[in-house]
Each structure stands twice: as structure tokens, then as C-alpha cells.
Design a protein around this ligand. Structure first.
Ligand code: ADP
Ligand code: ZN
Length: 731
């Protein structure tokens, strides 16, 4: 388009979904009115990209005469101001370019144009020239649903004929063309349908949450209730209150693919399911959900962490279910905690946020105790369900038989449960057959060639696999080091190996093995979980996919095969994670009534975390863990930022990490540890070094890091520098 060079053109700043630190300036063509939040198409080099008119000034260095014009404004409700503030806030906090954050918003490009009506047809009367069987079937279908509009392919499918039959009928004037308006992806949920009768404790909790919604304004509530206390029923009341006030609601779930039961419960309560948002959505569905959130047609979304970036115009409540779950932390390209960002989003939008968990994160407990969050507790199970009796099996005194992994105490308890027609669950957070394979002759250990990790034997697939990069190779018959045949040994158990042992001990039992990498994927997993709930298995063996939020009414015996796993590494959250995982797993038992037990096999039964879980004294655990974090100066009593430097060449990674360290501005408050080789020193062929910044809570780490990084060496060659504010992983 031509610009009148005589006049200084009107300009607008536009944020593009690219890793740029700031918005760019574009010229506004005459006749176009633009305001912040408008979705526009702009030229970028030879490309055309969808972007958003931004509030902050654009790159003002460009000579206004040379500015390129905005090409088009999309017919889409603008991105709300709160959302734009949220993007800027998140970018500043995580030290990501705002354009990278914007990328998460613009994830459904086709959604920027209005949904088009579908071309359809409707029966207009008359008789076909020749009434074939196929034609008769079509006419029977339309006669049943008089006046209904069909798509041609839809009608052909229902009638079981080919599309050409329908087309033929249309040519004869039997059908007239009509436009079918786009349908909503989900029906509107009805807030005033009634939920179950709440117990006194549940009612009290619900009243507090509803009050928070009705008062309006920002508040974070920590819904801290034991497994089975009815947290979902309780926060449904808060959702109903928000819907009643005309607000949209976002529910974040850690593992959306496994939440079929959640969706069903929601539908039972509200008459319609929530819209779903996760990476598994088909592209077209993705666009429709996005669009209908933006237009306000969708009122409730249940989604994974990326749902935080949906363009809600009227959001008034966010729920973070299982708020302690580490799946909320994104560690890929952008590093952020969706739990923390949900709280920020609510604060910017001045509405409440509910964090729900049976085992809250230490951070959230500290915030609740400091009065920053409203603490809503529930310590009773619903109805006649009681928590399982928990016990530790001291493996030093009650070892398993040679070559086995289950103590006789555990197998006896399983026998008793199965004998009563109930179910037993064995939990082991290790996929595959064995975590390590070695050669008995030379001691060679099979390691991944791209990662510092052992290859895990998957006997069923006859493969050795790396669980970090996905590398796999056929299980060899001979040692690749010394060449000796048939002398490889599997060390330690994975769920497959456990299944072998259980099969020998319980030859008649129906056994199901569940892990996230099973054949058939998420759908198969969902079916298996349903069949377990129906009692179609006697013994379930699973990794952490079984730990999360499922209801197994017949499960009365839960065995934790290796309670010490996870306590041994150098992660400051190891104790907390173990506590959460084991509490969730043992909480699978006894959800409906009757006696149940949870047994934990341990070689260190005196460990305080194991003791805390076994005694059922969760308060003691939090007290001790919080005191420990405080005295050690660990989060949330201090700030941590980790800087990961990686490169294809080891020396290059190391020298770059050292150069970064040298560029650190002097500070009396920030302490820099490292660089040191990362515990996972090699991942996907990249060598890794880590630096860790430790600073007091009140310290402005972002400003510090910004001036540090601008003074430090630039990334070059294969070197990459990643900054992780509030890191969860120290590997
Ligand atoms: P939590 O999320 O705290 O583990 P849930 O909300 O999943 O607990 O509730 C556990 C089970 O108890 C669910 O099957 C739920 O339907 C049932 N339940 C909880 N509260 C009630 C109630 N007031 N009336 C009927 N069933 C309830
Ligand atoms: Zn690997």
C-alpha cells in the first residue's frame, strides 16, 4: 500500500510473537482505527504474521517514513487489558522476551477470523426420479428429523451411503442449500442445578470460597483437605457462584488427558461439560475453543497450564487443582510455574484464585500461614470413608526372597485383600523392566550415548530405552563391551519386572500394569482406569499415573514398593515430593468405607519423611519441613534462580558458564554458586553446566539478572543459556 510521504504517518506499536524484547512500530493506514488489544496482521520481512496492538511504545528508532503499514485488523474481540498486563508481567518475571510469551496466546491462528457457517442442505420435499435403496435410506433419515439441516457428509454417514448419493438427490431438487451456523463447542453450564448435600465441614469450606467469589477482588484461597474430603464438590460451589455472577471460570488440572472422571462429575453438577484445552486437541477444535473463549460463548475451561493464556474477556475465577503437582512447572523454552502465574493472573484481574490439594506445596502452606492466602481446611473424609492404616515395612528385617522385591508382609496383605474380593495396588515409580542393565563378566553398564543416564530395559518391547531423550536400541544378546553372550543382568525393578513377580505369586489374579508409556496411550489408560474402578482387576501395578486423583472404591491395600526412591537425590524438594507422592498413593486406599491399609517398603524407616507419612501426621511434616527450609535459607524464605548453560562441546559449555560468572555484578545480597557440571551432565547430546543464584526474598533478582545478562557474553555457536526463576528441577 502507498503512504503519503508528505505527512508523518500515524503509528501504532505492535507486539509480535517472536523473541524480541519490545514491540515494533507500524504505520496505521488511513481509515483504520486501532486500539491496544486489537489483533492485526503485519509484515515481518517477507512474512505476514498475526500480532497484537500493544500498550508500550514501539521501537521508536525507525524513521517513521520507512515504517511498514499494518495490513489488516482481524474481526476478533480485542485481548483484554488485564491479559496484556499479565503477558508483560510474566515476561519481566521470567526474563523471557514478551513476544515469546505472546506466542502462547496466539496458538490458534485460524481463530482470529469469525467462525464461518457450514454449507448444509435441508429436505425440501418431492420424490427422486428413481428410488434406489441408498436413496431410500437417505430419505428415511431425513424424515425422522424433519426440518433439520445437515452437512452432506454428515447425512451420508448417518444414512450409511456415499456422499454422491446425497449430491445426486440435491441435483434433483430434493434438498435445498442452507447455511448452518457454527455450533458452540459445549453447552452452557447451569450454575443453579444442585450438587450433593454437603457435610457440615464441606459446607463451611464452600461458604468461605463462595464468599470470596461474591466479595469479588483478588484473594487466594488454599483449599487444604485430605484425599477424599470432597474438595472437588466444594470448589464446584465456588464455580457456581462465579457463573451466577456472569464470570468465566478456568480450572487448571495437572493431567488433563486422564481426567475423564472429572469432566463427568462437572457435567453431572452443571448439566454440561467444560470446554477442554490441552496439547492433544485437534487443530480445528483448538481454534473453535479459542474463538469461543474470546467471544465469551465458552464459560468454563478445564485445561493444562497453557490454558492460562486463553483470551478470556470475563474471567472471574481460577481453580488450580492438585496445586502441588510438578506438572505445573514448564521447563521448555519458557520457564514458569502455572500455579504461581494463576495467582498473578488473578491478582492482575482482581478476582479470586483457589489452590486445591491434599498435600499442598510448602510454598502455599507458608503463604497460608503468613496470612497471604485464606486457609480453608478439611480433615474428614466424606461419608464413611476412612484413611487407610499406614505402616512401614522395615526391609532390613523383612527382606524379600532372593531375586524378588516384595516383602512377605506385603504379599500376605495383598493375599488377604484379593481373597476378600478387594483390590491391591503396587506403586513403583519406574517404568520398564529394570532401571539398569549390566554385564556380569566385565561390569559394563548400558548408558545412553546422548545423556548421562542408564538405559532402561523394556522387556516387553525387547528394547533398551533412554527415558530422557527417547533413544532406544534392541536389547543386545552380547555385551557391547566384552562381547560375552547371554551374561547381561537386569538390576533393580521396574513395573514390568514387578508384574512378573506378582504373576508368579498370584497365578490366578487379574493383573493390570499401568504406566505413562504403555501401548495404546492415553485412551487405553483411561479405559484401564475405568475397568479398575469397576473391579475388573485384582492387582494393579503402576507408576505415578495411578497416584493422581482416581477413585478406586474396591482398593483396600496399597503397597509402596520403594518408599526411599526419590529421597536420595540432592533436590531441596525431595522430602516434599516424596511426602506428596506417597500420601497421594496411599490415599487411593479406602475411599469408600471399610478398613484398608497402606504399606511402605523402606530401608530407612527412621527417615523423618517416611515417619511423617506413616504416622499420618501431615501437620508435623509441614512444621518440620518449613522449619528446615527457613533455617537452610531455601525457598520460599529465599529466592533461587538457576542458569543452565549448554553446548554441543563440553569445553565450550564450561568456558561460557565461567565467562557468565565473571560478568556477574557485585552484590552484597546475591550469592552465586557454580558453575558446576549439572547432575544430568549430558542431555540429548548437549553438555550442561549450572549456576545457581541465591538471594534474600526481598531482593529484586530480575533487575539483577537483567543487568548481569546484558553485561555477560552473548550466546554463540551451539551455546544456549536458559534462565529458570524459582527452579523446581536441579538436575
Ligand atoms: P477430594 O478431591 O478431596 O479427594 P472428591 O471431591 O473427589 O475428594 O470426593 C471424594 C469422593 O466422595 C467422590 O466420589 C465424591 O463424589 C464423593 N463426595 C464428596 N463429597 C460428597 C457429598 N457431599 N455427597 C456425596 N458424595 C460426595
Ligand atoms: Zn538419552
Amino acid at each position: 500500500m502507498e503512504l503519503d510521504l508528505g505527512d508523518k504517518p500515524e503509528t501504532v506499536s505492535v507486539l509480535l510473537p517472536i523473541p524480541a524484547e519490545r514491540a515494533y512500530s507500524y504505520a496505521v493506514p488511513p481509515g483504520l482505527t486501532l486500539a491496544p488489544g486489537d489483533y492485526v496482521q503485519v509484515p515481518l520481512g517477507p512474512r505476514k504474521v498475526a500480532a497484537i496492538v500493544w500498550d508500550s511504545p514501539g521501537d521508536d528508532e525507525v524513521d517513521p517514513i520507512k515504517l511498514r503499514p499494518v495490513e489488516q485488523k482481524f474481526d476478533c474481540p480485542p485481548l483484554a487489558r488485564d491479559m496484556r498486563k499479565f503477558i508483560d508481567w510474566l515476561a519481566a518475571y521470567t526474563l523471557s522476551p514478551p513476544g515469546m510469551v505472546l506466542r502462547s496466546v496466539l496458538r490458534a491462528p485460524g481463530a482470529l477470523d469469525p467462525e464461518l457457517p457450514l454449507d448444509g442442505i435441508r429436505f425440501s420435499g418431492g420424490e427422486p426420479e428413481r428410488l434406489t435403496d441408498a436413496r431410500r435410506r437417505v430419505l428415511e433419515v431425513v424424515a425422522e428429523q424433519e426440518g433439520l439441516a445437515w452437512t452432506r457428509s454428515g447425512l451420508a454417514n448417518v444414512a450409511g451411503v456415499s456422499a454422491s448419493v446425497v449430491e445426486g438427490l440435491q441435483k434433483q431438487g430434493i434438498f435445498e442449500p442452507v447455511l448452518i451456523p457454527p455450533a458452540p463447542v459445549v453447552a452452557k453450564p447451569l450454575p443453579d442445578t444442585v450438587g450433593p448435600d454437603l457435610s457440615e465441614q464441606q459446607q463451611k469450606a464452600a461458604t468461605l470460597l463462595v464468599e470470596s467469589v461474591e466479595t469479588g477482588g483478588f484473594e487466594t484461597c488454599l483449599l487444604d483437605g485430605i484425599t477424599g474430603s470432597g474438595k472437588t464438590e466444594v470448589y464446584f460451589e465456588a464455580i457456581a457462584a462465579a457463573l451466577d455472577r456472569g464470570k468465566q471460570v478456568l480450572i487448571l488440572l495437572p493431567e488433563i488427558a486422564l481426567t475423564a472422571t472429572f469432566l463427568e462429575r462437572f457435567e453431572q453438577r452443571f448439566g454440561a461439560p467444560p470446554a477442554q484445552w490441552h496439547s492433544g486437541l485437534a487443530p480445528r477444535m483448538r481454534e473453535r475453543v479459542w474463538r469461543q473463549v474470546a467471544t465469551g460463548q465458552v464459560r468454563v475451561v478445564a485445561g493444562a497450564r497453557s490454558a492460562l493464556f486463553l483470551p478470556f474477556p470475563e474471567i472471574g475465577l481460577i481453580i488450580v487443582d492438585e496445586e502441588h503437582d510438578s506438572a505445573y512447572k514448564q521447563e521448555d523454552r519458557m520457564f514458569y510455574s502455572a500455579r504461581d502465574m494463576a495467582v498473578v493472573r488473578a491478582s492482575i484481574g482482581s478476582f479470586p484464585c483457589i489452590l486445591s490439594s491434599a498435600t499442598p506445596s510448602v510454598e502455599s502452606r507458608v503463604n497460608a500461614e503468613a496470612g497471604r492466602y485464606r486457609h480453608v481446611r478439611m480433615d474428614e473424609r466424606h461419608g464413611d470413608a476412612v484413611l487407610p492404616d499406614l505402616d512401614i515395612i522395615d526391609m532390613r528385617k523383612n527382606p524379600p526372597p532372593r531375586g524378588k522385591f516384595l516383602s512377605p508382609i506385603l504379599t500376605d496383605a495383598m493375599k488377604a485383600a484379593v481373597g476378600r474380593g478387594e483390590q491391591a495396588l503396587l506403586f513403583l515409580n519406574r517404568r520398564g523392566y529394570a532401571p539398569l542393565t549390566l554385564c556380569r563378566v566385565c561390569g559394563f553398564r548400558f548408558e545412553c550415548r546422548n545423556c548421562s543416564a542408564w538405559l532402561v530395559e523394556h522387556r516387553f518391547r525387547n528394547q533398551l530405552q533412554c527415558h530422557h531423550c527417547g533413544h532406544s536400541e534392541p536389547t543386545p544378546e552380547a555385551c557391547s563391551n566384552c562381547g560375552t553372550l547371554d551374561h547381561l543382568v537386569a538390576c533393580g525393578p521396574g513395573v514390568e519386572r514387578l508384574a512378573e513377580e506378582v504373576d508368579e505369586t498370584f497365578p490366578d489374579a487379574r493383573i493390570i500394569v499401568l504406566s505413562s508409556d504403555m501401548l495404546g496411550g492415553v485412551n487405553r489408560l483411561r479405559l484401564e482406569l475405568e475397568s479398575i474402578a469397576k473391579g475388573e482387576a485384582d492387582i494393579v501395578i503402576g507408576t505415578q499415573v495411578v497416584a493422581k486423583g482416581h477413585n478406586f472404591p474396591l482398593m483396600t491395600c496399597v503397597g509402596v514398593v520403594d518408599a526411599d526412591l526419590g529421597l536420595a537425590n540432592g533436590d531441596p524438594r525431595a522430602a516434599e515430593r516424596t511426602f506428596q507422592l506417597l500420601s497421594q498413593v496411599t490415599g487411593r486406599a479406602g475411599r469408600v468405607g471399610g478398613k484398608s491399609i497402606g504399606l511402605m517398603q523402606s530401608y530407612a524407616p527412621e527417615h523423618p519423611v517416611i515417619q511423617a507419612i506413616a504416622s499420618g501426621d501431615r501437620e508435623a511434616f509441614y512444621e518440620r519441613e518449613i522449619a528446615m527450609r527457613k533455617s537452610a535459607g531455601l525457598p520460599p524464605f529465599a529466592r533461587l534462580v538457576s542458569i543452565i548453560v549448554s553446548a554441543l562441546d563440553k569445553r565450550e559449555a564450561e568456558s561460557h558458564a565461567r565467562a557468565i560468572k565473571l560478568a556477574a555484578p557485585a552484590s552484597a545480597e546475591a550469592q552465586i554458586l557454580g558453575p558446576a557440571e549439572a547432575p544430568m551432565a549430558l542431555v540429548r547430546g548437549r553438555y550442561r553446566y549450572r549456576l545457581l543464584v541465591h538471594a534474600p526474598r526481598a531482593f529484586d533478582v530480575q533487575s539483577y539478572l537483567r543487568s548481569w545478562m546484558s553485561a555477560g557474553p552473548r550466546e554463540r555457536g551451539s551455546v544456549r543459556v536458559q534462565i529458570d526463576v524459582d527452579p523446581q528441577s536441579f538436575l
